[in-house]
Design a protein around this ligand. Structure first.
Ligand code: SAM
Length: 196
């Protein structure tokens, strides 16, 4: 696979179709191509958590993160989302880019049997619902699931204002992940890296 530069990745991600009629209740706002490209490129080049890895994208929506990870050489990236309409667009995006290392599953991430999926994925990437108005606490449920199903690393975008809560969730549920955690500011988000 050709090595992509960050700018090239970003310009590919600009061609990914987004939500046609975003559902507020599901917090369907897409990750902007610039943020997605920066996040994925860092995960790939600094932490080596994409190439040949089995990756889960929780709340994948129309697939911008999964598609980016696939372009950077993921072994397989599996997207999980509740919404059939979003997954239809995701599927069309994958076909448009002719990617063979992407799959998707329609499901509620909160009901994933995380015991059966314990440590099944090398890496989890996600831009989860922020768990605001309609879905209080959903961001932490996604994080908890991610920490259970990941073998090596979890990368997740969150609102900076939830940092304290993130810290607590991480302390409670990170026993499966062995090493350090690093939080840094990413525009208006906290960018949480949990690496092995
Ligand atoms: C902030 S959007 C992110 C979409 C996409 N990952 C991206 O980065 O552009 C959150 C996604 O989570 C999905 N979602 C919300 N609640 C969910 C749940 N309980 N289970 C699975 N997916 C859910 C929404 O349908 C939406 O696609």
């Amino acid at each position: 696979m050709k090595k992509l530069k960050r700018k090239e990745l970003e310009s590919y991600l600009q061609q990914v179709d987004g939500f046609e009629n975003p559902k507020l209740v599901l917090e369907q706002y897409p990750t902007r191509p610039h943020i997605a490209a920066c996040m994925l490129y860092t995960i790939h080049t600094t932490y080596d958590d994409i190439e040949d890895k089995l990756i889960a994208d929780l709340g994948c929506g129309c697939g911008v993160l999964s598609i980016g990870a696939a372009m950077l050489g993921a072994g397989l990236c599996v997207g999980f989302d509740l919404d059939e309409d979003a997954l239809e667009i995701f599927k069309a995006n994958v076909e448009e880019f002719e990617l063979t290392n992407v799959d998707m599953i329609q499901c509620n991430v909160c009901s994933l049997p995380s015991d059966k999926m314990l440590k099944r994925f090398d890496t989890v990437i996600m831009n989860p619902p922020f768990g605001t108005k309609y879905n209080k606490g959903l961001d932490m449920t996604f994080l908890k699931t991610a920490l259970q199903i990941a073998r090596e690393a979890v990368y997740s975008l969150h609102k900076t204002s939830t940092r304290e809560n993130l810290d607590m969730t991480y302390q409670h549920h990170s026993s499966f992940i062995r090493r350090s955690r690093l939080i840094s500011k990413w525009t208006s988000f906290a960018f949480l890296l949990v690496d092995f």
